[in-house]
Design a protein around this ligand. Structure first.
Ligand code: SF4
Ligand code: MG
Length: 327
């Protein structure tokens, strides 16, 4: 069967006054029902742009989708009619963001925003929509849902607002939920609670969950597979266990070394040296070469193609096989 959601060889550029920024340079990934895929990368790696392209919310200048494909259950969305794309959005694929405050409308109650979707898209009665909204707030574990359904977004704490956004995204019962840095703006305790909630909902509803994050620590416990992005490309993909046990790309290794370690109290946090590349001038050869501790001569000239290291496991590094056999 076709994957639930599949992105293939996606190319996106931003045509700016300073030149053309190549933000996606052939991104491919897929997700099945009941699976959590983590998309990991620093800011500017293209992880959000990929998701926005999937949602069809990145379809006006200066952004241009210059190639590739986005399919939901085999149906191409990039060339589908605006009506069809709108129907898929929410009904089949929904998205939540880092900043719930800007995703929720400040002038309407939280309940109204959930109910409106149900009334407009499902033709549900006012009373029935209210009942569903309360159920959804209950589902995301917002206490006193009956009362809080009548409150405005600003009356919610950061964590509760994130829960409300999750409730809203579930209103139309999507098959895939894309969560873009859903916990980044929250404090650590609340982060863990929201992540647990997302994992629980994903399991209970057998949804596909695409979890976008810059934080490798966040994904270890919830993701099944990971794709690691750099400069608009996927540099490594693997199942989570394999990736943690035996990272097959120098960039993934560097990300792991920059993780704070609980067993080494007081150890200094190593960060990856250098900056992510300017997408107006992506380095020649391997885009990671200016920052790579393993870079060799050919890395400056030859773009590494993804090397297959196992089932659903690839690394785009000239030395991927050596890296793995060396351990
Ligand atoms: Fe480093 Fe070269 Fe591998 Fe790129 S191809 S990650 S520069 S070793
Ligand atoms: Mg982002």
């Amino acid at each position: 069967a076709a994957p639930l959601l599949e992105v293939a060889d996606l190319h996106v550029e931003f045509r700016t006054r300073d030149g053309v920024a190549k933000v996606l340079n052939g991104v491919s990934y897929h997700i099945q029902a009941g699976e959590t895929l983590a998309v990991l990368g620093e800011s500017g790696s293209g992880k959000s742009v990929t998701a926005q392209t999937v949602m069809g919310i990145l379809d006006s200048p200066p952004a241009f989708v210059t190639g590739g494909s986005v399919r939901f259950r085999g149906e191409e969305l990039l060339t589908a009619s605006p009506e069809r794309r709108r129907a898929v959005r929410g009904d089949n694929v929904a998205m939540i963001f880092q900043d719930a405050l800007s995703a929720l409308n400040p002038v309407f109650t939280v309940g109204f925003q959930i109910e409106e979707q149900l009334r407009v898209r499902r033709g549900v009665s006012r009373a029935e929509a209210r009942k569903r909204a309360v159920e959804l707030l209950d589902l995301v574990k917002i206490p006193n849902a009956k009362r809080r359904v009548r409150e405005y977004p600003h009356e919610f704490s950061g964590g509760m607002r994130q829960r409300a956004m999750i409730a809203m995204s579930l209103a139309l019962d999507p098959d895939v939920l894309i969560a873009d840095e859903p916990t980044t703006a929250l404090d650590v305790t609340v982060q863990a609670q929201i992540m647990d909630l997302l994992a629980e909902i994903q399991r209970d509803r057998h949804m596909g969950l695409v979890l976008i994050t810059h934080d490798l620590g966040v994904v270890a416990e919830v993701a099944d597979r990971i794709v690691v992005m750099y400069a608009g490309r996927i540099v490594e993909q693997a199942d989570v266990r394999t990736l943690f046990r035996e990272p097959g790309h120098p960039y993934t290794r560097a990300l792991m070394e920059s993780l704070p370690r609980l067993d080494l109290k007081g150890s200094t946090l190593t960060t990856i040296k250098g900056l992510p590349p300017n997408l107006l001038r992506i380095p020649s050869g391997c885009p990671f070469h200016p920052r790579c501790p393993m870079a060799a001569e050919r890395c400056r000239t030859d773009l590494p193609a993804p090397v297959r290291l196992g089932p659903e496991r690839t690394s785009a590094c000239h030395f991927a096989e050596e890296l793995i056999s060396r351990g």
